[in-house]
Design a protein around this ligand. Structure first.
Ligand code: SAM
Length: 392
C-alpha cells in the first residue's frame, strides 16, 4: 500500500468551528484513511488525497452538510476542497475510484526493455531474407501512369526500389469497374491479389512501407483486412499498425438489422474502413530532415490513428466507383514518406495517389488495368504543375 498523498491546502483566517470538525470526523469515519484524511492546523486544513469515489464523496458530504445545517454564505471549506479536487484533471481510475498519486507508475511495466528482449518484438517477421541493397527506379517509370496488369508491370521493376506503396485494391464486392470483373470466386480473387502483393514486397526498399486501404465485406462475413494482413505477416513484413478511417457513412442501409431486436443474428453496422500498415525489414524508413514536410500540428493529429475524413465526392465526375479522397492520401504521404520518395499505387484507378504525390513533391508510379481510368488519371495529373525542385 502506498503512503503517498496529494495535498490540497485550504487556508483560513480563523480556526475551524465545531460543525466543521464534526463533519471532518464523520467523513473520516465513513471513508478509509488510505483514500484521504484531513490534517487540521490553526488556520488551515490540509486535505491528504490518495484516491476517491467522487460521487460517493459528494453524496456523503451533501448529506452531512444537510444534517449539520452547514450552509455558510461563503468560506465553505468542504465545497472549496471539492472544487479543487474536481479541477485536478490528471488521475487514474482503479476499482471505480479516481487515483491521484502513482497512477502513472501503476501503468508502467517494470523492466520493459528486458521483457521486450525476452519476448522478442515482431517475432513473425524475423528470419527474413530481405537485403539492404537499394536500386534506382529506371527513369522511364518515374512519374508515369502505366496501363496494364500490375502483376506483369511490376515484374519490370528491380528489387528494392520503392519507398512507399499506398493502394486500395478492388474489394470483390461486385462494383462496376471499367474492365475487371469484381465479384469472382474468393480463392481466385486472393490468388491474384497476393501475386500482385508479392511483387509489391519485392520492389519495396528495406524500410519501405506498404499501406493497404481495405473495407471488409461485412455483409458476407469476409474479413478481407485480416486475410490481407495475414498474408503480409506470413511474408515476413512487420505490422506497423492500423488506421481506422471513419467516413461516417454506413456500409449498409439503416434498415438492415439482421434479426430485428433479437440476439439470434443481429447485423453490425460500420461507418469506417481500415488502413493496414506494413514495413519491409525495418520499422525505420531513412530520409533526410530537409525532406520532411509534415507540421507539428499535423503530426500530433494524425498519429492518433482514427481519421475522420468524408468519402470522395467526385466519383461521378471521374467516372470511378471506388475512389479514396485526396485528404486520405495526403495524410498517408506526409506521415509515412519524405519529399522526393518514390510512391507506387498498383491499383491506381483514376489516380488519387499519384495526383497527391505530385502535389506533395513525391515521385510516383501509378498502375491500373483500365485504359479509361489511366487516361482520367493522366488528365488530372496534367492540371498539377510538376515541382522540378522536388521531383527529379
Ligand atoms: C478500388 S479501385 C482504386 C481506386 C483509386 N484508389 C482511386 O482513388 O482512383 C481498384 C482499381 O484496381 C484496378 N485493377 C483491378 N485489377 C487490376 C490489376 N490486375 N492490375 C492493375 N489494376 C487493377 C481497377 O481497374 C480499379 O481501378
Amino acid at each position: 500500500m502506498t503512503e503517498k498523498y496529494k495535498i490540497i491546502e485550504e487556508n483560513l483566517n480563523r480556526t475551524l468551528n465545531s460543525t466543521e470538525l464534526a463533519i471532518i470526523n464523520e467523513l473520516e469515519r465513513r471513508f478509509p484513511r488510505t483514500d484521504f484524511f484531513f490534517e487540521v492546523e490553526s488556520s488551515k486544513v490540509l486535505f491528504h488525497l490518495h484516491s476517491i469515489d467522487l460521487s460517493d464523496f459528494k453524496k456523503n458530504l451533501q448529506e452531512l452538510m444537510g444534517r449539520y445545517k452547514y450552509f455558510p454564505a461563503d468560506d465553505n471549506i468542504f465545497l472549496d476542497i471539492l472544487s479543487k479536487i474536481e479541477n485536478i484533471k490528471s488521475y487514474g481510475i482503479k476499482a471505480g475510484k479516481r487515483l491521484y498519486v502513482d497512477y502513472d507508475k501503476e501503468r508502467k511495466v517494470l523492466n520493459r526493455k528486458q521483457k521486450i528482449l525476452q519476448r522478442g518484438m515482431y517475432f513473425y517477421a524475423l528470419n527474413n531474407d530481405f537485403t539492404r541493397e537499394v536500386n534506382e527506379v529506371p527513369q522511364e517509370f518515374i512519374n508515369k501512369i502505366i496501363c496494364g496488369d500490375s502483376e506483369e508491370v511490376l515484374k519490370k521493376l528491380p528489387n528494392n526500389c520503392i519507398d512507399l506503396i499506398f493502394t486500395s485494391p478492388p474489394y470483390n464486392f461486385g462494383l462496376g469497374y471499367d474492365t475487371t470483373p469484381d465479384g469472382i470466386d474468393w480463392n481466385r480473387y486472393f490468388d491474384k491479389l497476393f501475386a500482385i502483393f508479392k511483387e509489391c514486397i519485392r520492389v519495396l526498399k528495406f524500410g519501405g512501407r506498404i499501406i493497404v486501404n481495405v473495407q471488409p465485406l461485412f455483409s458476407d462475413y469476409i474479413p478481407i483486412h485480416h486475410i490481407i494482413s495475414n498474408f503480409f505477416i506470413e511474408n515476413k513484413l512487420i505490422w506497423k499498425g492500423e488506421i481506422l478511417w471513419d467516413k461516417h457513412n454506413y456500409n449498409c442501409k439503416y434498415t438492415a438489422w439482421g434479426s430485428w431486436k433479437s440476439p439470434s443474428n443481429p447485423y453490425l453496422k460500420y461507418t469506417w474502413e481500415f488502413l493496414e500498415i506494413f514495413c519491409k525489414g525495418d520499422l525505420k524508413h531513412e530520409g533526410s530532415k530537409d525532406r520532411i514536410d509534415i507540421t507539428a500540428d499535423e503530426f500530433k493529429e494524425w498519429t492518433y490513428a482514427k481519421w475522420d475524413i468524408a468519402p470522395e465526392r467526385n466519383m461521378k465526375k471521374y467516372d470511378h466507383p471506388a475512389m479514396f479522397p485526396e485528404e486520405l492520401v495526403r495524410r498517408v504521404l506526409k506521415l509515412f514518406s519524405f519529399k522526393g520518395d518514390v510512391v507506387l499505387d498498383p491499383f491506381n484507378g483514376v489516380g488519387s495517389t499519384t495526383v497527391v504525390a505530385r502535389k506533395l513533391g513525391r515521385r510516383y508510379i501509378g498502375i491500373d488495368i483500365s485504359p479509361k481510368y489511366c487516361e482520367i488519371a493522366l488528365k488530372r495529373l496534367k492540371e498539377i504543375p510538376l515541382c522540378l525542385d522536388e521531383i527529379s
